[in-house]
Design a protein around this ligand. Structure first.
Ligand SMILES: *Cc1c(COP(=O)(O)O)cnc(C)c1O
Length: 433
């Protein structure tokens, strides 16, 4: 498999180069030359397949010969070694729980796969690989955990000060070792912009071998397909493919679902569920795309005003608005609706969502009010405990804290405060080592 840049000004590369460089030299995003179609036998055998076997068969064509099969088996086995249960919540709505991994969010999947691929690729390299990543909350923890103690890799995480939850902050600031956290006096978009500037800075790149761990990285992006297939494995209505509602910020997760669908995953439709950051719902309404500054909301991991994977969504559909609209619908959900939904789902169905899941649940209900015969799976992307600051006052109860979270919260935060101008990041990077 080869990957081209969405800007078409860089040479095509293999998986190893795409995964280790993150972004293409022309600043485009890497995109696979073909989307493989899974054979019918895959879907016939899927019910009996182990998670590892399924994940291996999905990802192997994308990796090509850059990782030997035995090694790739080990990598996917370590990537999906926790549960992905599909839980019925209401008559028509099901939750795909993606929060049973080490940092309690779906980003564990992409981060674990990517860190292990980079670990493999960095073997025998002289000099370290520096992973530079901006986080709106959950990426930081998942990347920190995924890469912690991976030899030959140093991780630098930028996060917006005061705009991530306290559990999230502890997850990304307390591991130490090869993980460093920069606390930026600004928004997630500032962090993302600074990271992009660093990748474009030739002096920094001469000194350090930089790579990105954001969802623009193909290793993170494409491995997120796994759990869409796990959902289908568990889906009880094989004659009625589900509508899939994805709480979206940078749109990496949704784009992975769209790729899975292109490979044959049965799905009737996708719902792009957004909070008040509604550039994509607006695009689906008007056909015009206008990035905006990010607005802070209760579902902070989706506070993105210029979603980086939007271009991949266009690319998948050959930039044809009509085909996009035929498969995807999009809703924006306010903080007020998010709170009401979270509380109502808890009271009526006895199911506790996190604020991101609540956005997707609300979007699922909006869809069902127009298509009452459909059945919807929403992706529950994080455990509610990660957002206990929001959830507990709302439901008037404390959420039982898993042991792993207790240990994380008790650890001491270590971060380096920096300004939101690129010069501060540059100075930090040039002083490394
Ligand atoms: C990152 C994140 C999202 C958004 O995912 P994208 O791939 O950026 O669209 C949604 N929910 C949670 C809990 C997240 O951490």
């Amino acid at each position: 498999m080869k990957y081209y840049s969405t800007h078409n000004q860089s040479p095509v590369v293999d998986f190893k180069t795409a995964a280790t460089s993150g972004q293409a030299p022309d600043k485009g995003l890497y995109f696979p030359e073909q989307i493989p179609v899974l054979p019918e036998s895959f879907f016939r055998e899927i019910a009996a397949m182990s998670r590892e076997e399924l994940a291996f068969r999905v990802i192997a064509p994308y990796v090509g010969d850059t990782i030997p099969p035995a090694e790739l088996h080990r990598i996917v086995e370590e990537t999906v070694n926790f549960d992905f249960p599909l839980v019925q919540v209401s008559d028509r709505i099901f939750s795909l729980e993606l929060f049973h991994g080490p940092t309690l969010a779906f980003k564990d999947v992409g981060a674990r796969f990517m860190s292990r691929c980079l670990g493999y690729f960095s073997r025998g390299r002289i000099g370290k690989v520096y992973v530079l990543v901006a986080t709106s909350g959950d990426t930081g923890g998942a990347v920190a955990d995924g890469f912690h103690n991976v030899e030959g890799v140093e991780v630098v995480i930028l996060y917006p000060s005061g705009k991530v939850s306290s559990v999230q902050e502890k997850q990304l600031t307390t591991l130490g070792g090869n993980i460093q956290a920069l606390e930026v006096a600004g928004s997630f978009d500032d962090c993302q912009r600074m990271v992009k500037q660093a990748f474009a800075d030739s002096e920094v790149n001469q000194k350090l071998f930089l790579t990105s761990a954001n969802s623009i990285n193909v290793a993170r992006w494409l491995s997120q397909q796994f759990y869409y297939f796990f959902a289908w494995q568990q889906w009880p209505f094989k004659d009625q493919p589900p509508v899939i509602a994805v709480p979206s910020g940078n749109f990496g997760n949704l784009c992975a679902g769209l790729v899975a669908h292109r490979s044959g995953l049965p799905a009737k439709q996708f719902i792009a569920a957004c909070n008040a950051n509604d550039v994509v719902p607006e695009y689906f309404r008007s056909g015009e795309y206008h990035p905006q500054p990010a607005k802070p909301t209760l579902s902070n991991a989706m506070d993105v005003g210029a979603p980086s994977n939007f271009v991949r969504m266009l690319e998948l559909f050959g930039r044809r608005f009509d085909s996009l609209k035929a498969l995807i619908s999009s809703y924006s959900v306010s903080d007020e609706e998010t709170k009401q939904t979270l509380l109502r789902v808890k009271q009526r169905y006895g199911y506790l969502t996190d604020p991101h899941g609540a956005v997707a649940f609300a979007a699922a209900e909006k869809h069902l009010s127009r298509h009452p015969a459909d059945r919807v799976i929403f992706l529950e992307t994080a455990h509610p405990i990660k957002f206990y600051d929001v959830v507990e006052p709302l439901i008037g109860e404390t959420i039982a804290m898993p042991e792993s979270v207790k240990r994380t919260v008790a650890r001491e935060k270590k971060s380096v405060p920096i300004d939101k101008d690129y010069a501060s990041l540059r100075a930090f990077l040039l002083a490394l080592e």
